[in-house]
Design a protein around this ligand. Structure first.
Ligand code: ADP
Ligand code: TRP
Length: 322
């Protein structure tokens, strides 16, 4: 089974990315052939600073390695080191109805906010489909918000196969059960766009500040608390089932202060990420090794992509006749 996923390199990662995407990426290494990439072409729809793009790709490579991605067991590469995806993206775009892309949420949301979108953002799902199909991936682990894109990918694969013959595998999205959406400190979805994130690789002081800023209602300590509140949803990420049951009872009983829960959450969060933070610090000291991991990843990614790309070109009648 081939597993593939990517993370857009458009900002520093936060615990929403970790629980919604990265944690399962790392777990999948034991299930099959895992391929992950740093989506720097996709970052071009929002980042226009070249140095910043390079920096973020490096940071996210470090994050992946720190979180347990093992380059011996899986492939980690930078999207732009496999420029063939742009060719496949073009091929797929000629089979993709405008109406399908008009329904894609990244584009639709931007237009709904009254902002003007460029063609790159409009075509974003086609490039994402190319990322997936170029490796003929079977499973794509992503957060809930990316499910639509994987469904569009299936649609594009099917259109290609129907038009030119069977080349592409139809991928299945794999959404982490239980952790659908991690809320941010303000209660909306945690997202770098909203500036409401908690970033596991920030210095302790910044993490503390973020945790202490989690918005709560103003109920006094003695009142019962809503276990569904944002603060407890975050706390639950770091607690096991019996601890959750216990906390639920304490909420219902009253006498529990939000400050106490925040302190406990901070302690749990720091302890949880401590080994990953230590590993990241180690990799930070070895930038050449990280570059070498990405170069090796690009080479291995090319080896899986090349036969698929050759089959697609041949099926579509591109290049010299065989
Ligand atoms: P952001 O919203 O911060 O820009 P991205 O859209 O780059 O994050 O998401 C990268 C990955 O992390 C995606 O697979 C996405 O589904 C997942 N993800 C992002 N934010 C969350 C969240 N708050 N909860 C769960 N998963 C998330
Ligand atoms: N769009 C994804 C995100 O925002 C990143 C991505 C690009 C991706 N190409 C992909 C994810 C292919 C899975 C498969 O996070």
């Amino acid at each position: 089974m081939r597993i593939l996923s990517g993370i857009q390199t458009s900002g520093e990662l936060h615990i929403g990315n970790y629980f919604g995407a990265m944690r399962q990426h790392v777990a999948f290494q034991d299930t099959g052939e895992a391929i992950y990439f740093l989506a720097d072409y996709h970052s071009m729809t929002s980042i226009r600073d070249a140095a910043e793009r390079r920096r973020l790709a490096r940071e996210i490579a470090l994050d992946y390695l720190a979180c347990g991605l093992d380059p011996e067991r899986s492939i980690l590469y930078r999207q732009s080191d496999l420029p063939e995806v742009c060719e496949l993206s073009w091929i797929l775009s000629t089979l993709t109805p405008m109406g399908l892309l008009e329904r894609a949420h990244a584009y639709k949301d931007k237009v709904a906010q009254g902002l003007s979108a460029d063609h790159g953002l409009f075509a974003y799902p086609v490039l994402m489909a190319a990322d997936i199909l170029i490796h003929n991936a079977d499973v794509v682990p992503v957060g809930q918000d990316q499910k639509q894109h994987v469904e569009m990918t299936r649609d594009m694969a099917q259109r290609f196969n129907n038009t030119y013959g069977e080349v592409f595998t139809l991928p299945e999205p794999q959404i982490e059960e239980g952790v659908a959406v991690v809320p941010g400190v303000d209660g909306r979805k945690m997202s770098k766009t909203y500036g409401n994130t908690i970033r596991m690789f920030d210095p302790d002081k910044k993490i503390k500040k973020a945790v202490m800023s989690i918005v709560t209602d103003s109920k006094p300590v003695e009142d019962p608390k809503e276990f569904d509140a944002n603060l407890f949803q975050l706390w639950r990420l770091f607690a096991d089932a019996p601890e959750c049951e216990d906390m639920k009872k304490r909420c219902a009983a009253g006498g529990l202060g939000y400050g106490e829960v925040k302190k406990d959450l901070l302690g749990r969060l720091l302890a949880y990420f401590e080994p990953m933070r230590a590993r990241r610090a180690e990799f930070e000291k070895r930038p050449d090794d990280v570059e070498a991991i990405l170069a090796d990843g690009a080479q291995r990614a090319r080896a899986t992509a090349e036969p698929v790309m050759a089959a697609a070109r041949a099926a579509a009648g591109l290049g010299p006749s065989g």
